[in-house]
Design a protein. Structure first.
Length: 220
């Protein structure tokens, strides 16, 4: 999380608790150490916590996340007029094996998307989105090492072949998945140097699909 975000969060603490982080922690149901870390830029609040701040105190979340002032406060994740949806960037990697779980404590930053773009171009209507970094070359040339992919966390059913985020006992992986009529998953690496595998229906527990990859960002 950026230093600028930490400064804006500190302003909220100043406004609601006269700068007393322990008091602010009590007001908002968090530990004092967590509030200290957020104010120092060492930790990241979850979207659920930001939603609670809006519900209880009508915090201007667009200003908190982007620094842009609204005329009035907004529901978490969406800015009026501009119709923005904020997708968290998680500090985890997929495809390298032994990945970390995707949870609120791993949030590194937020990226804003226009809701009409998501609907029109990506056919995504959910606000349950996440950015994940790709590690390794098992999905080359489709995905490159260091790519950042946008995952729709609501699309957990593999209805047709596509790129998905798969949480296995070996870690978090980005793979091409297809499902047969028996419910078995074909786990495909686009790089022919890697072997494919099959997950039987009875093995699906412990090999959960976390969501569908709908977009990729790449530095060139």
């Amino acid at each position: 999380m950026s230093h600028a975000f930490a400064q804006r969060f500190q302003q909220i603490v100043d406004q609601l608790a006269n700068g007393d982080k322990k008091q602010f922690a009590l007001l908002t149901g968090k530990s004092a150490s967590h509030i200290y870390k957020i104010c120092r830029g060492l930790s990241r609040p979850s979207m659920a916590y930001l939603q609670e701040l809006y519900d209880e105190y009508r915090i201007d979340l667009n200003w908190l996340l982007t620094g842009e002032q609204n005329q009035s406060a907004n529901a978490a994740g969406v800015a009026p007029g501009t119709d923005l949806i904020f997708a968290p960037m998680y500090d985890v990697q997929a495809s390298a094996g032994y990945g970390a779980a995707v949870d609120a404590e791993c949030i590194e930053d937020y990226f804003a998307f226009n809701a009409s773009f998501l609907s029109r171009e990506l056919r995504v209507s959910s606000e349950q989105l996440a950015f994940i970094t790709i590690a390794g070359d098992s999905m080359y040339p489709t995905l490159h090492d260091g790519d950042r992919v946008l995952v729709d966390m609501t699309q957990k059913n593999v209805q047709r072949e596509g790129l998905y985020l798969l949480n296995t006992e070996d870690g978090l992986m980005a793979k091409r998945l297809s499902q047969n009529s028996s419910g078995d998953l074909q786990v495909i690496s686009d790089n022919p140097d890697y072997t494919n595998r099959e997950i039987k229906m009875q093995q699906r527990q412990g090999n959960e699909v976390n969501g569908k990859i709908v977009w990729c960002a790449r530095v060139v």
